[in-house]
Design a binder for this molecule. Structure first.
Ligand SMILES: [Ca+2]
Ligand SMILES: [Ca+2]
Length: 172
């Protein structure tokens, strides 16, 4: 009887209360990695991460992150092409150092918002709670994700287009 109870209690929720040496975590070793603020407890996001890692059964999130970074690189290349005319401030048909710097800064703003959308989309469409999207979950999320990414790029570019930065030479 007591054995079946042990099986039911998810191991990641157990916090052992034993007298501690200074600096020693009350968490079981595999869980300590999730205790980001090192307070000896799993709270909020830490608990979510631990639970999702448990549901992934030891599989890491790294391949998904790489996949996202590749996606973001392709997205940036398309964006550069689409807004080439605007980003090419002096209109010589190419981006010099200053223009590239500015393009990178604008893209960093867009990418930061894409990152937020990515997490929100995963939270919403991750039905099996493993912190990643399966192909089916990804397909289900695609329409909303695309729509939101287009809106972000549109909004940020709108702001820059309506407030053009002064030229490096210094307008009066
Ligand atoms: Ca140029
Ligand atoms: Ca999932």
């Amino acid at each position: 009887m007591s054995q079946s109870i042990h099986v039911i209690i998810p191991c990641f929720l157990l916090v052992v209360t034993v007298p501690l040496q200074a600096g020693e975590s009350p968490l079981a070793k595999p869980l300590q990695a999730f205790d980001l603020n090192k307070d000896g407890k799993l709270t909020g996001d830490e608990l979510v991460q631990a639970r999702q890692a448990h549901h992934r059964g030891g599989q890491s999130l790294a391949p998904d992150l790489r996949r996202y970074q590749d996606f973001l690189s392709r997205r940036k290349a398309e964006w550069l092409q689409k807004h080439q005319e605007f980003l090419d401030g002096n209109g010589d048909g190419k981006l010099d150092g200053t223009e590239t710097q500015r393009a990178d800064a604008i893209w960093a703003e867009i990418a930061a918002r894409h990152d937020i959308v990515r997490l929100e989309i995963i939270r919403k469409y991750d039905l099996n709670d493993d912190g990643r999207l399966t192909d089916a979950e990804r397909t289900a999320s695609q329409a909303e994700a695309n729509q939101r990414r287009i809106a972000i790029e549109h909004q940020v570019m709108g702001q820059y287009r309506s407030h053009p930065v002064r030229s490096a030479a210094g307008a009066p």
